[in-house]
Design a protein around this ligand. Structure first.
Ligand code: DON
Length: 331
């Protein structure tokens, strides 16, 4: 497979990259049969199990997208990276880290076990449900809509429009999510919640139900790749230190109990969601050979059929393949 892009003009290179990505998406789409769509949030069961799509946006403006790219889906756990960022911007990094740790759990994303087994029961990291619910309680505002406003504004700066909460998805999770309620009660007992439990959970369920596309995820990834700065205007959207920490957390905790394998075989910070989205951040890299996107890029993936850990099965395989072909790994 030809990888080099040296000595080619941009137009030819883009055409070439596009053809490769088209063929890889077609190939990995077939592997979605090995996964299953999430059903514990009833509305997610309606997703098209064999859908697979990707958007890659480079620092130089190159956009390669393929497969199902127009469909909106709920952001789910990918929102955890963003609420963590907003909480750090509002409350200060040190304060947020005094309430939630930065250690991977090695457990499922909705595990309650470590809250019970570790004393004091400080949530392990902001990217598992216990940590994310804690973070949602820290957002400024009295109502859930007030708490989410800064998140929506941050998203608007990165994706170029004001995203909306899918009300059916919000209600579907709100009415069924007993595990998250149980986690909420543990946090309440441990004195980790900074707002009323009902408001906190409402905020958490609404943030999970924000609708986005793969392009939006790629744009968010590009800002993180660029250390929090807008790639076009160079405006600081996220302070550099917060952006760095968010990426470190994505690398160590972003794919739940598959984070180690993802770091080993793909090698970039990423965050998945149970609706099948993956946000991946490719920082700029220095290589002797010419590879695509050396100046960094953001990648958004959508593939609702999930593996046993709750990550998009086709999406992970596709990302792993692209990372190998284009030498995307940080390591
Ligand atoms: O709390 C939940 O279960 C969902 N709102 C989000 C979970 C999620 O996306 C984890 N994904 N792998």
């Amino acid at each position: 497979m030809v990888q080099g892009t040296a000595n080619l003009n941009t137009e030819v290179t883009e055409k070439w990259l596009q053809e490769y990505v088209d063929s890889w998406v077609q190939f990995f789409k077939k592997q979605t049969v090995d996964g299953e769509v999430a059903t514990y949030i009833p509305i997610l069961a309606e997703a098209n199990a064999d859908a697979l799509g990707i958007s890659i946006i480079g620092r130089n403006g190159t956009i390669i997208k393929s497969g199902i790219t127009e469909e909106k889906f709920t952001i789910q756990s990918i929102s955890k990276v963003l609420t963590f960022i907003v909480a750090c911007m509002e409350r200060g990094l040190a304060y947020v880290l005094s309430r939630v740790d930065v250690e991977p759990t090695g457990e499922a994303f909705n595990s309650i076990m470590h809250l019970e087994m570790k004393r004091p029961n400080k949530p392990f990291n902001p990217l598992v449900n216990s940590g994310a619910i804690t973070v949602s309680s820290m957002l400024e505002g009295r109502t859930s809509d007030q708490k989410l406003e800064a998140l929506i504004v941050l998203l608007e700066k990165m994706i170029g429009y004001r995203p909306e909460v899918n009300v059916r998805a919000y209600e579907s999770e709100r009415d069924t999510s007993m595990k998250n309620r149980a986690i909420g009660y543990y946090l309440l007992e441990g004195d980790y919640l900074e707002s009323d439990l009902g408001i906190t959970l409402e905020t958490y369920f609404k943030q999970s139900a924000i609708e986005i596309t793969v392009d939006d995820l790629a744009r968010i990834g590009l800002v993180l790749s660029n250390d929090g700065f807008d790639p076009n205007t160079n405006e600081e959207i996220i302070p550099r230190a917060i952006s760095r920490l968010a990426k470190a957390l994505m690398l160590t905790c972003g794919m739940y109990d598959a984070s180690g394998k993802f770091a080993a075989y793909v090698g970039v910070p990423a965050k998945s969601g149970v609706s099948g989205g993956i946000l991946a951040v490719v920082p700029p890299r220095v290589r002797d050979e010419e590879f695509p996107f050396l100046e960094g890029c953001g990648i958004g993936v959508y593939g609702p059929a999930l593996d046993n850990q709750g990550n998009s099965i086709g999406g992970i395989k596709l990302l792993r393949h692209i990372a190998n072909q284009w030498d995307l790994s940080l390591f």
